[in-house]
Write a protein that binds this ligand. Structure first.
Ligand code: NAD
Ligand code: LMR
Length: 325
């Protein structure tokens, strides 16, 4: 273990998600057990004191890989030399709200953070946006960072992906690892499309094992509305599962995966998704880059549901166009 530490920035460090996320990162679950790391915690001024307390607890955990912790309310400081950034800090929705209702409050956070990343982060910076509405917030950050390659910005669809796997595993009485080629397309919203068309279970087509009516009328809405269901039952939005998904996302991006996972990326126009929109695609990862799975033939149902997501993302983009550089 001779290499220099990597620097990982986490925003919203005093919040619920960070309270799970930081412990997983510090344990080495993102870069692996041989990579020492520094944590850089960004909070708003009113919550810097609480973030200091989080940093004290991290220190008390005596993680072998953790070399330094910085707490700050200055984005330029937080992202200085950062190799990875988890943009979590944003208001969560409450009961009865949709994630897009948060745009007005949260959208303004991501332009300045994108600019600070642009001006200060390391050349290999990779960003995952978790704060909702994650796809459009990622678009705002990406548009504000013209010197950073667009494909270094992503938004979290992995929680939706993990929900899609676990709901299906429960239905079929198998393990989540028995599936291949599951994907959640589109927006991290109630319109998202958990798509089983290409999915296999132990090598056999999933669509031959399930009833289409259950798939369309129960499974898809159940996965797509799981965030609202958690808020209803738990009284607060998902936190530990979101942190776990964010770790899965960044781990696979950096360390690679040959298995399909769902990631929201700036579209290159594939599958009829307008170029630039940050949308969920089926991807694999190699040599530190996501690769969209190419050459899939989409049927009418898939095209229709993906088109609904594109319309929603376009209308969110329209609503925030004033926040771009
Ligand atoms: P929380 O309210 O517990 O914590 C948010 C923290 O962000 C607070 O400590 C707040 O002070 C901080 N913050 C606000 N503005 C900031 C800024 N400009 N810079 C730095 N920090 C800032 O919320 P939470 O439960 O941790 O959720 C955070 C966000 O993640 C919410 O928007 C929530 O909806 C979203 N979320 C997304 C997913 C997903 O799958 N994409 C899953 C769960 C939650
Ligand atoms: C989730 O999917 O759990 C998060 O996006 C939180 C929410 O508002 O649903």
């Amino acid at each position: 273990m001779t290499q220099n530490p990597v620097k990982i920035a986490v925003t919203g460090a005093a919040g619920n998600i960070a309270y799970s996320l930081l412990w997983r990162i510090a344990a080495g679950d993102v870069y692996g057990p041989d990579t020492p790391l520094e944590l850089s915690l960004l909070e708003i001024p009113a919550a810097v004191g609480a973030a200091d307390g989080v940093a004290m607890e991290l220190s008390d955990s005596a993680f072998p890989l953790l070399r330094n912790i910085t707490v700050t309310d200055k984005a330029d400081v937080a992202f200085d030399g950062a190799n990875a950034a988890f943009l979590v800090g944003a208001k969560p929705r409450g009961k009865g709200e949709e994630r897009a209702d948060l745009l007005k409050n949260n959208g303004g956070i991501f332009g300045p953070q994108g600019r600070a990343i642009n001006d200060n982060a390391a050349d290999d910076i990779r960003v995952v946006v978790v704060g909702n509405p994650a796809n459009t917030n990622a678009l705002i950050a990406q548009q504000s960072a013209p010197d950073v390659p667009a494909d270094r910005f992503s938004a979290l669809m992995r929680l939706d992906h993990n929900r899609a796997l676990s709901q299906l595993a429960e239905k079929l009485g198998v393990l989540t690892t028995d599936f291949e080629n599951v994907v959640v397309w589109g927006n991290h919203s109630a319109n998202q499309f958990p798509d089983l068309t290409f999915a296999t279970v132990k090598g056999e087509p999933v669509m031959e094992k399930i009833d289409r009516d259950w798939y369309v009328h129960e499974y898809i809405p159940r996965v797509a509305r799981r965030g609202a269901e958690i808020i209803e039952v738990r009284g607060k939005s998902s936190a530990a599962s979101a942190a776990s998904a964010a770790v899965d996302h960044m781990h696979d991006w950096i360390r690679g995966t040959g298995k399909w996972v769902s990631v929201a990326l700036p579209s290159d126009g594939s599958y009829g998704i307008d170029e630039g929109l940050v949308a969920g695609f089926p991807v694999t990862a190699r040599d530190g880059s996501w690769e969209i799975v190419r050459g899939l033939e989409l049927n009418d149902f898939q095209r229709e549901v993906i088109a609904k997501n594109v319309e929603e993302l376009k209308s969110e983009r329209h609503a925030v166009s004033g926040l771009f550089n």
